[in-house]
Design a binder for this molecule. Structure first.
Ligand code: DGY
Length: 320
C-alpha cells in the first residue's frame, strides 16, 4: 500500500504527477487557505504533510498519530517545533536554493517602491490627483543608485540581493551576519560591519535573516534609533524578527524615513495595524517567492523531499 500524503494547498501538475508514482495523496483545492480545524481532520491518518507555514506543534502531531514527514513549501521553517518533531521522530524538510533570485527581485522591488514612492504615487495618479499636487516637492524621493545598502543576513538570498545592489545599482553594500563570509566579500565586494555600524551607515537597512530564537525581535527601539533619519527599513525575513511596535513608533517619530514590509508579526496583517495607514510604508502580503516558476520549483522540491523521506532515503533538504 502506498503511503498517504496530504497537501494543504494547490501545487503544480508536475509535482502531483511525481507524488502519484509513490503516494496516495489529496490536495486542498479551495482558493482560501485551509482552516486549522479542517487541516487537523484531513491529516488524521496520513504519513506525510506538504504545507507552507502551518505551525507543526505537539497538538497537531497529536491529531496525526501516523505522521512521519512534514515537507515545507518554503525555505523558512520557523513553523516547525523542532524539539517536538525530534522527540516524535517526525522528519521536517524545506525548499532552499530555488527561490533565492525570486526573493531578491522582490527585495529590490521593495527598495525601489519605497525610495521612489512608487506605491504611494501610483495611488495618487489613479485617484486623479495629479493636477492637485501641491507643496515644493510633492513627488521627490530618494536615490537608490550609489546609496549604501546594509543587508542583515548574508545567506544565498542576501548574496543575490547584494549582487543586484552592486552590479545593477552601483551601491556600497555592507552586511552583518552571524559568521563572516570571506568568499562573498571577495566575489561581490561586500563589506562586513558589526550590527551597530551597519545600522548607522546604511541608507537602506534590509533584514533577510531566518527567524530563530537568536534573531527573534533583533531589530527594536534601540536599533531603529541607530539608523539614519533618512533610512528606509526593508523586511523580507519574518515579521517576528523585528519589534513591530518599535517600528511604528520610529516611523511616527520620524526617526527613519520609511519602510517596506513583505512580512508582519501577524499574517494576514491586522486591518487596524497603523502601518497600513502610513504613506511612507510599502506593504506586500508575504510574496517573496511568489512567481509561477519558483512556486512550481518549490512544489517539486517539496514533493521530492517527501518521497525520499517516505521511501527511507535521506531527503536532500532535511532540517529536522
Ligand atoms: C520562504 O520560503 O520562507 C519565504 O518566506 C517565501 O516568501
Amino acid at each position: 500500500m502506498k503511503p498517504k500524503v496530504y497537501v494543504s494547498q494547490p501545487i503544480c501538475q508536475e509535482a502531483r504527477d511525481y507524488l502519484a508514482q509513490y503516494c496516495d495523496f489529496k490536495v486542498w483545492e479551495q482558493g482560501e487557505p485551509i482552516k486549522r480545524e479542517e487541516l487537523l481532520k484531513k491529516i488524521a491518518d496520513v504519513d506525510g504533510l506538504i504545507t507552507s507555514g502551518r505551525r507543526i506543534t505537539e497538538n497537531l502531531l497529536n491529531h496525526a498519530p501516523k505522521l512521519k514527514v512534514v515537507s515545507n513549501l518554503s525555505v523558512g521553517y520557523n513553523n516547525f517545533d523542532l524539539e517536538v518533531m525530534k522527540k516524535r521522530n517526525v522528519i521536517g524538510t524545506n525548499t532552499p536554493g530555488v527561490l533565492d533570485e525570486t526573493v531578491a527581485d522582490l527585495a529590490f522591488g521593495l527598495i525601489l517602491a519605497s525610495a521612489r514612492r512608487i506605491a504611494e504615487l501610483d495611488q495618487f495618479v489613479k485617484a486623479g490627483k495629479w493636477d492637485q499636487a501641491s507643496g515644493d516637492d510633492p513627488f521627490i524621493g530618494i536615490d537608490v543608485h550609489s546609496a549604501t545598502l546594509g543587508i542583515i543576513g548574508m545567506g544565498r538570498i542576501g548574496e543575490a540581493i547584494a549582487r543586484r545592489g552592486k552590479l545593477g545599482f552601483n551601491m556600497d553594500v555592507l552586511y552583518y551576519n552571524r559568521n563572516r563570509k570571506p568568499e562573498a566579500e571577495e566575489e561581490l565586494g561586500v563589506e562586513y560591519r558589526d550590527l551597530e555600524s551597519l545600522l548607522k551607515q546604511s541608507d537602506f537597512v534590509l533584514l533577510m535573516t531566518p527567524l530563530t530564537p537568536e534573531t527573534e525581535g533583533m531589530i527594536g527601539e534601540k536599533e531603529f534609533k541607530l539608523m539614519k533619519k533618512s533610512a528606509i527599513f526593508i523586511n523580507v525575513s519574518r515579521g517576528q524578527t523585528i519589534d513591530e511596535q518599535a517600528l511604528i513608533q520610529a516611523l511616527e517619530k520620524k526617526e527613519i524615513y520609511g519602510a517596506a514590509l513583505d512580512v508582519f508579526e501577524q499574517e494576514p496583517v491586522n486591518k487596524d495595524n497603523p502601518l497600513l495607514k502610513m504613506p511612507n510604508v510599502v506593504t506586500t502580503p508575504h510574496i517573496g517567492s511568489a512567481t509561477r516558476k519558483t512556486t512550481d520549483a518549490m512544489a517539486m522540491k517539496a514533493a521530492k523531499n517527501m518521497v525520499a523521506a517516505l521511501t527511507g532515503e535521506e531527503p536532500e533538504n532535511r532540517v529536522v
